[in-house]
Design a protein around this ligand. Structure first.
Ligand SMILES: Nc1ncnc2c1ncn2[C@@H]1O[C@H](COP(=O)(O)OP(=O)(O)OP(=O)(O)O)[C@@H](O)[C@H]1O
Length: 361
């Protein structure tokens, strides 16, 4: 929980930088992630989200800067799984181990009481398939199992890397609601995604990065209201209208005739302004329309030029991800997931996660 009366944030990133060879993949990132809201960590593919999360979790060493959880680096946390949980790769699980067996192993390796296993299985709706081999789980079930693992130590801080990737609509809604419930309990929840629309439905706050650099750190509301409005106007007296608009200080650009006749386009003005100027000059209009950029258009504009295309480096990264998984010693068989789910995906309604006891921070 937040430390009342202090400004201690649950996750704090200060000047975090990571260089691989000649590539600076995370550049001087500074931000805090606060409890009680879902914070979206947004950026195009290759922007550096996973690398940042891995540095926060002590899995990658920063080239410079520091990331802390509850005021300490991951390495210095006492009983780390009781302070922070993470889902980095849902398929990271021994395929021949049952869901319950996997969690029992994790609990035993981290000194967590065994009774937590059935609690978190119930929280994520996997009780009925707890005895089935995790290797046969659907992606949605695997994500639930990964989330159960992250919750095992009842931590106040949670990180989820692209948790909705590849999920069906039902699974996406479930995860969205579950994340919000976790935040409502006072936890700090950082969720990465490359999809702004998805994040705008899940998160209240956004940290946006492109090419490893901070692009925005704002509420979803502020971020999305920065969407640009484009006004399109047609008139039989277009030349006169353009002059009148220019006299009023509004710059317009002629649009090619799309079959409806020549038109003008204006940015960052309202249809009211254009209509008033036309009326004041006695110019009739045949069309006056405003179009707000979609969220994805805003995102694309903001991160333009910041999209990293994966080359050989991504292969190096995949190889590295096969190393020690988060939360315990390495397991065999990582990435060998396959086969149909044994009992289909658990269709039950999302349950509220167990009330967060707090007290860790
Ligand atoms: N171990 C590594 N060695 C070399 N380059 C790496 C390594 N890990 C990551 N990178 C590179 O760092 C950049 C950022 O990768 P990262 O996975 O952090 O981005 P991301 O925002 O999480 O994107 P994605 O969603 O595609 O994984 C990419 O260019 C990636 O290839």
């Amino acid at each position: 929980m937040a430390r009342s009366g202090t400004l201690t944030f649950m996750i704090s990133v200060q000047g975090l930088t990571k260089v691989y060879g000649k590539n600076q993949v995370v550049s001087n990132l500074t931000f805090d992630v606060k409890p009680g809201v879902v914070t979206g960590f947004l950026g195009p593919n290759g922007a550096g989200k996973s690398t940042t999360m891995r540095m926060i979790l002590g899995l990658d060493r920063p080239t410079s800067g520091v990331a802390t959880i509850n005021g300490a680096t991951y390495q210095k946390l006492k009983n780390p799984l009781t302070q922070v949980g993470a889902l980095l790769d849902a398929k990271w699980v021994h395929p021949n181990r049952s869901a319950r067996g996997h969690l029992r192993w994790m609990a035993a390796a981290n000194g967590i009481p065994a009774h937590r296993v059935d609690q978190v299985l119930s929280d994520v709706g996997l009780t009925e398939v707890a005895g089935k081999k995790a290797g046969g789980f659907s992606l949605g079930m695997s994500q639930r199992l990964g989330i159960a693992g992250a919750l095992l130590g009842d931590p106040g801080v949670l990180l989820f890397d692209e948790p909705v990737n590849g999920l069906d609509p039902e699974g996406i809604v479930w995860i969205r609601q579950f994340m919000r419930a976790l935040a409502d309990q006072g936890r700090t929840v950082l969720v990465s995604s490359h999809l702004l629309t998805e994040m705008s439905l899940t998160a209240e706050h956004l940290i946006v990065i492109g090419r490893g650099q901070l692009i925005a750190n704002s509420s979803v509301k502020d971020f999305t209201s920065s969407a640009q409005v484009t006004v399109r106007v047609r008139s039989p007296r277009l030349g006169e209208l353009q002059s009148a608009l220019a006299s009023a200080g509004l710059r317009s650009v002629p649009l090619p005739d799309d079959g409806t006749g020549p038109a003008l386009s204006l940015e960052n003005v309202t249809t009211d302004q254009v209509g008033d100027i036309a009326a004041a000059n006695g110019i009739g209009l045949h069309e006056l329309s405003g179009k707000t950029a979609s969220l994805e258009e805003v995102f694309m504009t903001m991160t333009a030029g910041a999209v990293e295309y994966h080359g050989d480096a991504s292969m190096a990264y995949s190889a590295q991800q096969q190393q020690a998984p988060y939360g315990g010693p390495p397991q065999q068989g990582q990435g060998q997931y396959g086969g149909p789910p044994p009992g289909g995906s658990p269709n039950q309604a999302p349950q509220q996660p167990k009330q967060f006891g707090g007290g860790q921070a």
